[in-house]
Design a protein around this ligand. Structure first.
Ligand code: PGA
Length: 271
């Protein structure tokens, strides 16, 4: 039952709405986005990347519709590794599965900085989420594990050292078959929401080095299959140049995913 989604590094672009777009705004987004998508499909074209929207939990329902042609793949922005219990404010993996959520972002820098998430807590979540990959039903969830250096670390040329530690600690102890399915998201913190994008060369260099860390941990074959996104001010104007890089397999997009037109342009960047 493995090899779920990963189709030889098919590009994957995920919108991260963060704490934006409540239920009403999410439905307005849905209506416009579906209009753009069906228009596009009427012309015989289709979105050729894997994609999803990481909406606030409470807005997910607004992105659902009984009509299969209006299906929007969902991602969560966080998850708790415990099955159920006294964890006020948290959402569990079975709850996401029941709702049909396909991906979950784990260890976003905002959660690390503001909610004390650590490499160890990210690892616990990744281990718990990847267990769903053994499910015989189609209710597996793919983790999108975010990592990246701060501006100070970047300025002092410590990027590669920092990301190596993050990856080693966040991804330790996984079943290698599960590791193949994990999506990684390299997000230099100084590029998030700042309008400052890493240059395609910079992003490529760090993402290539990240793949080498995975190779060291899990072997070359698995490292070659793992999808690694870039995140940090990705937008329609820079997506093509970033996606041209040999090791960049997609994007984790904040600001530019809030608007249906710009998100749709990102998903169809290769046209
Ligand atoms: P941004 O956010 O695209 O607004 O920089 C990216 C992210 O935080 O995932």
């Amino acid at each position: 039952m493995l090899l779920k989604k990963n189709n030889m590094r098919r590009p994957i672009i995920v919108g991260n709405w963060k704490m934006n777009n409540g239920p009403t705004e999410a439905r307005a987004f849905f209506d416009k986005f579906i209009e753009l998508k069906s228009e596009y499909e009427k012309n015989g074209k289709e979105i050729e990347v894997d994609w999803a929207i990481a909406a606030p939990y409470i807005s997910m329902i607004s992105l659902m519709d009984e009509d299969d042609a209006k299906y929007i793949p969902l991602a969560a922005q966080n998850v708790n590794e415990n099955k159920s219990g006294a964890y006020t404010g948290e959402i569990s993996i079975p709850m996401l599965q029941e709702f049909g959520v396909e991906y979950v972002i784990i260890g976003h820098s905002e959660r690390r900085e503001m909610y004390n998430e650590t490499n160890a807590s990210v690892n616990a979540k990744v281990l718990a989420v990847t267990k769903t990959l053994d499910s015989e039903d189609d209710d597996y969830i793919i983790p999108i594990v975010a990592f990246g250096e701060t501006e100070a670390e970047f300025e002092s040329d410590r990027t590669l050292e920092v990301i190596e530690t993050q990856l080693k600690e966040c991804l330790v102890g996984l079943n290698p078959e599960h590791m193949k399915e994990v999506v990684l998201a390299y997000e230099p913190i100084w590029a998030i929401g700042t309008g400052k994008t890493a240059t395609p060369d910079q992003a490529q260099k760090v993402i290539k080095a990240s793949r080498e860390v995975i190779a060291e941990m899990y072997g070359d074959e698995i490292a070659k299959e793992v999808r690694i996104q870039y995140g940090g001010s990705m937008k329609p104007e820079n997506v093509k140049d970033l996606m041209k890089q040999p090791d960049i397999d997609g994007g984790l997009v904040g600001g530019a995913s809030l608007d249906p037109e710009s998100f749709f342009q990102l998903l169809t960047y290769n046209k």
